[in-house]
Ligand binder design. Structure first.
Ligand code: HEC
Length: 487
């Protein structure tokens, strides 16, 4: 089936109207809507309670250097608890009211990353048909995350369960979004570093029940229009439970390491009954400002801390099934219960970058050649990359990397290719958003197939070619975004 770009455009516009969305001023972009899905038929809330994305980015921002989370020192043990409390209070202020029971509106001073409304590989025709991959659901604006493998949350969790999350940025981060999308119909990557004081907060939810994960009794619960089953394609509105709250802060006091502080809280209630105030059961898990490069055991870590009380619960088998997983991050670097234990917050986020022009998927987590999968080699992913600096490998390092099954859409990493990457400064949402915007824009371009295939790859045979290409995009997106499930 051969279709011109105009037909795609028409399908898209028709699709947006079909799902009943308002068409804002610059409406040809599906990146700047709250969700590409309308009110779910199995949800009986009011349409005015659907998620509304804050996409009117500020053109200036306040000086936040006097905020307690910019003054208290998270690397000083005597100040750490106060730091966690200050971070939590500020993070929760991203919503206009308490988050237990249902998702409240986002505060007008917090902003959402646009373009997370679908996944790379979803064509305009897919969007018109409501196929949006991991894209934002309409009730609370959640996007799909890596599912939790069996036992990753608790020993009683005996099935794989979906994870969904929503994040927002304060005015400082929102300002950068406004620079990248000064013009909503174009993406400008000439400025992609976040100013000091950027604060991002992300709320992560699981579909697991309190039978499967008993410590979630009394956790905030939201309705969200997720998938009926893990890896499914039919949506269903389900009750989701808060497991984890992540934060990232651009803090120049740590420029000698990564320039960012990343950390997380988890909901942990082992009392068996709901607490009066759910926030009393939110416990800090840990935080980090560096990757502790080259260090392969916890006693040598100097740039991160896992809270001893949480480690004790973990060691008693109260957090996850110790036969499935024994650490939070790799070698017990900082990570949350929902995160991939082959990695850690800053290691995964250090890979946040885009190619100058192309959509190139690359590896968030260590992927080494057979026989090279040693801890010292894995440490290539645990370097301290300065803020705003691309994540690259030398030619010798590249020889250690396993680039996996060839794909039509992925260029093989070479030193020359990597010289053309632009950092998105530890933000993987910004990276995904730029890639989604590009993928969408390319579909409207003449010779769309040619422009999606890297110059180093053979041209596609005609007939079914478009579908094969898009299938490869979907496969790559899945492989990368969900990469490194512990084998
Ligand atoms: C294995 C990779 C991986 C690990 C480990 C990881 N993240 Fe992320 N994180 C992602 C991806 C991919 C996104 C973008 C998609 C999304 O938000 O769902 C993201 C998004 C975020 C965001 C939203 C802003 C942004 O950066 O774009 C925050 C905040 C965040 N993560 C914090 C953390 C913290 C804190 C930890 C550790 C406790 C952590 N992450 C561990 C992959 C990871």
């Amino acid at each position: 089936m051969k279709q011109g770009p105009w037909l795609f455009y028409l399908i898209l516009v028709a699709g947006i109207q079909m799902v009943g969305l308002e068409r804002p001023a610059n409406a040809q972009t599906p990146g700047f809507v709250s969700s590409l899905l309308g009110k779910p038929v199995d949800w009986n809330g009011s349409p005015s309670d659907l998620f509304s994305a804050n996409l009117n980015f500020p053109t200036r921002y306040p000086d936040l250097s006097n905020e307690p989370w910019m003054r208290l020192d998270p690397s000083d043990p005597s100040q750490r608890n106060a730091y966690f409390q200050a971070v939590l209070a500020y993070g929760l202020s991203s919503f206009v009211s308490d988050i237990s029971g249902a998702c409240p509106r986002t505060s007008p001073e917090w902003f959402h990353v646009p373009w997370l409304t679908f996944s790379v590989g979803n064509t305009s025709a897919d969007l018109a048909a409501g196929k949006i991959g991991s894209g934002r659901e309409p009730i609370c604006g959640l996007t799909q995350e890596r599912p939790a493998p069996i036992g990753f949350l608790h020993a009683k969790q005996t099935r794989r369960v979906q994870s969904w999350a929503v994040g927002s940025m304060n005015q400082v981060g929102g300002y950068l979004l406004g620079r990248v999308w000064r013009d909503r119909s174009a993406t400008d990557i000439s400025e992609t570093t976040f100013p000091r004081g950027t604060f991002v907060v992300k709320f992560l939810f699981t579909e697991a029940t309190t039978v499967e994960v008993p410590y979630l009794v009394g956790a905030p619960e939201w309705d969200a229009n997720v998938y009926r089953v893990v890896d499914g394609s039919t949506r269903e509105t389900k009750r989701m439970r808060l497991v984890q709250i992540d934060f990232s802060i651009r803090d120049p006091r740590f420029d000698a390491q990564t320039g960012w502080v990343f950390g997380t809280f988890m909901f942990f209630n082992d009392s068996g009954s709901p607490p009066r105030d759910w926030t009393t059961k939110l416990v800090p898990v840990g935080l980090m400002w560096g990757n502790d490069p080259g260090q392969t055991s916890r006693p040598h870590f100097r740039e991160q801390v896992l809270e001893p009380s949480v480690m004790a619960l973990r060691d008693q088998g109260q957090v996850f099934d110790l036969s499935k997983r024994t650490t939070f991050g790799w070698l017990d670097r900082v990570n949350g219960p929902l995160d991939n234990p082959v990695s850690s917050c800053l290691s995964c986020h250090a890979t946040a970058q885009v190619h100058k022009l192309r959509i190139i998927k690359h590896f968030l987590t260590p992927t080494l050649q057979p026989g090279q999968n040693t801890d010292p080699n894995r440490m290539l992913w645990f370097r301290n990359i300065p803020p705003g600096t691309p994540f690259t490998f030398s030619a010798t390092e590249l020889a250690l990397i396993d680039q996996g099954r060839p794909s039509l859409v992925r260029e093989d990493w070479t030193s020359a290719l990597m010289a053309d990457f632009v950092s998105t400064d530890y933000s993987l949402q910004l990276r995904m958003a730029i890639e989604n915007a590009r993928f969408h824009a390319l579909q409207g371009a003449p010779n769309v197939l040619d422009s999606l295939i890297p110059p180093t790859k053979e041209r596609l045979p005609t007939g079914g070619a478009r579908e094969r290409l898009f299938e490869d995009f979907r496969r790559e997106a899945e492989r990368i975004e969900r990469s490194g499930e512990l084998e």
